[in-house]
Ligand binder design. Sequence first.
Ligand SMILES: [Zn+2]
Ligand SMILES: [Zn+2]
Length: 433
Amino acid sequence: MVTACFGGSAASTSLSRSALCLRRLPLACRFPSLPPFLLRPFSPIRAALRSTGLAASRRCADKNPESRARKSIFPEEDFVVANFYKFVTIEDPEAVVAKHLDFLQEWDIHGRIYINEQGINAQYSGPNGDVLAYTDWVKKDHRFSNLLVQVSPACDGHAFPRLKLRYKPSLVQMEGGTAHLPLVDDAMRAHPLTPSEWRERLQAMDDFGISTSKADSQGSVRKHLLLDVRNGYEWDIGHFQGAQRPNVDCFRSTSFGLSNVEVASSDPLAKIDKENTDILMYCTGGIRCDVYSTILRQKGFQNLYTLSGGVSNYLNTEGSAGWMGNLFVFDARLSLPPSFYKPGANDSAFAKPELVHGNSAFARCYVCGSKLLEYRHRNCANLDCNRLFLSCSICVSQLSGCCCLDCTCSPRLRPVLPGHQRYQKWHMYRGCE
Ligand SMILES: [Zn+2]
Ligand SMILES: [Zn+2]
């Protein structure tokens, strides 16, 4: 069980470590005199249902021996973050959305859950008991029975401000959407490698992942390319040693995959031998590789492999071998060190420190370029920019939390946030103008 919370470096949060630990104690331990019904997180809908007896009956129905046998390393009351996705044909996505909304009415789940004709993509947080209840219920649908659900501890209650559960034309953010891609066809996606297989492949490459050519037992030359398909700002705080990125951020504003324009010559995919190069691609949880690999498959790349469950699954099972830095996550936690996933994993001792220090883009202040010790982004204080960027403490102070001089002149400036806090709604700061 993880007993401490590391949303980045705990030492620099605004809360002391002891305060964080206290927050992570089950409510029943912190407030032993409170009656049990007050110990559950407040949910107005659940409270209303409880008053009618509906919630109680549904909850009782769920407390069967099979459910009680569910195994989890986290106590029921502890908040956790879970995610899963599945590409599968769904004939009636709107009906599935309605079913999920109905089920979740009585559970304390926040997050982003998107469903369409190509499947489901979910990232959510809640008390572990509620997260387990939803996960178990989803798996009863035969289309989702073999989901890989990844669960990690939340830092301070919910990691998402509210629940957004709806039909979405594209399960990942991508200009032009994904409806034109054959995502539900297993053969079009990259071949998934388990984390241990991935680790073996990395170890087989010279020096953990440097793009290499090697003769196999038959004497034919095989080339490897380790490809990071995440965004630049995710790469900047952590990535696999020896990995490369495509020239464009595939999952932001780009028409990559839609046009027939060839990739730029500086792109690692340019001039690659599409038949004899093994492309090992990874992202945070796996979904972006599944999308990107169908695009590459359509472009003629034949040997595509992906890290099953993404980096989070790897850090969870294999630790930090071959990985340097932190993992960017798309929730309130923003940045997680490897030890968060696997206590004991070494966050700072990289196998090849010279690769880290020689990497000009890695963990540097976006403003002055100085080397950073803390791998954690902040949002630009200019509300109309809101850019996620890395900054040293001197630049934070000199630019009042902004990413550039221009932003410091913005009409909608928010105050510099101390520690790891995230900005709230604009009306909270309107008086600070
Ligand atoms: Zn700086
Ligand atoms: Zn800015």
